[in-house]
Write a protein that binds this ligand. Structure first.
Ligand SMILES: Nc1ncnc2c1ncn2[C@@H]1O[C@H](COP(=O)(O)OP(=O)(O)OP(=O)(O)O)[C@@H](O)[C@H]1O
Ligand SMILES: [Mg+2]
Length: 365
């Protein structure tokens, strides 16, 4: 395989629906994946991620709607004729075959000439740093090395599209971090359009060009990682993406002020105040960094709270405070707060918080 520019690989889904009997697994999915893009599908278990990937690969039929690759409908194209390669979550290598044989097996089944197979195995092994391991059997490889062989089997065909379904879920935390960087490095190098499924929002944030957040078979939001983090389309996206999770608190709106249930009042900037002027109550979404500690003795605190737990994350800590009778999380420099501290002053970044509709949770700003 060469490190040529990938061919096209522009994927379009229009109003794709999937029903299993009476159950709707995917509702009217519209999606454009650009050439060479690394798109991450993320959402809780059962939201339809694998189903969507399998539909694109042709392993499941669509109930209605249309899928196109480079402008051509895939309706009558069987899976083996789609120029796509899929890495499944439970990838299985052939235990009796060497790494080289595992890598070349797909090409051999397609009747490619022996020389061509050897060349492409060598090229893929080089990219994945598997060259010294080509004669080993899978049982003599580490988890990460096996994972690379599984990726190599997909890459060797130089497909237009890679479909990766939780390919790192079998690995321990440290190996996952290494492999996710490696996958991005390889994908950038070969430039193949890729759809990567995960339920891990950290993986989504760190790897994606764009993220698609799904829930209950529906797309909730599509955007680049910072857009999704800073401007979640609804309270589900706000709480699903980001670590620690966003805190949600109800508050009343009164003349440009948020009024929390314990009487704390916080002024909203003009644009936010006007966006919620006509609603009586809102759901306030606070990220931990939107809650700033005020140094002792300094004024300007929006509210004061005793501190429950303080979780140390090295350079910073996450502290549990109370606002409006609800536990909220605050990001503070490590060493500034201890568990059990009392009457600590905090300021809210009212210019950055999210405001959601009480009914349905759609973003109001
Ligand atoms: N062949 C099938 N028949 C009936 N229901 C199915 C079938 N395949 C999937 N489903 C249902 O469709 C929904 C979506 O399943 P899917 O496997 O796509 O979820 P997922 O997002 O990949 O979840 P996970 O993160 O657990 O892998 C689930 O409720 C599942 O039970
Ligand atoms: Mg799945």
């Amino acid at each position: 395989m060469s490190t040529r520019e990938a061919p096209l690989g522009h994927l379009t889904l229009k109003q794709v629906e999937k029903r299993f009997g009476g159950f709707v697994a995917l509702h009217a999915v519209d999606l454009e994946v650009e050439d060479g893009e690394f798109l991450v599908l993320v959402g809780p278990s059962g939201c339809g991620k694998s189903t969507l990937l399998r539909i694109i690969a042709g392993l499941e039929s669509v109930s209605s709607g249309e899928i196109m690759l480079d402008g051509e409908s895939l309706k009558d194209v069987p899976p083996r004729d789609r120029d796509m390669a899929m890495v499944f979550q439970d990838y299985a290598l052939y235990p009796q075959m060497s790494v080289a044989e595992n890598l070349g097996f797909g090409l051999k089944m397609r009747g490619r000439p022996r020389d061509e197979i050897a060349d492409r195995v060598a090229a893929v092994a080089e990219i994945l740093e598997l060259t010294p391991l080509l004669l080993r059997r899978p049982r003599a490889l580490s988890g990460g090395q096996r994972q690379r062989v599984a990726l190599g089997r997909a890459m060797i065909r130089s497909p237009e599209v890679f479909l990766l379904d939780e390919p790192l879920s079998n690995l321990d935390a440290k190996l996952r971090v290494g492999m996710r960087m490696e996958i991005r490095r390889i994908q950038k190098r070969v430039g193949t359009t890729s759809i990567y499924v995960t339920h891990d929002q950290v993986e989504a944030m760190t790897m994606a060009d764009r993220i698609v957040v799904m829930k209950d078979g529906r797309i909730q939001q599509i955007g680049d990682p910072m857009e999704i983090y800073d401007r979640p389309a609804n309270s589900f996206v706000g709480t699903f993406i980001g670590s620690p999770p966003m805190s949600l608190i109800e508050a009343a709106v009164d003349g440009g002020m948020l009024v929390f249930d314990d009487g704390v009042r916080v002024a909203l900037p003009a644009d936010r105040a006007s966006a919620v002027a006509s609603v009586g109550r809102v759901l306030v979404g606070l990220r931990a960094e939107h809650v700033e500690i005020v140094a002792p003795g300094k004024g300007g605190a929006d509210f004061r709270s005793d501190i429950g737990l303080v979780e140390n994350h090295g350079p910073e800590s996450i502290a549990v405070a109370v606002l409006g009778g609800v536990d909220i999380l605050a990001r503070v420099p490590s060493g500034e707060l201890v568990a059990g501290a009392s009457d600590v002053g905090f300021r809210l970044r009212a210019d950055r918080i999210s405001l959601f509709d009480m009914d349905g949770g759609a973003a109001l700003v």
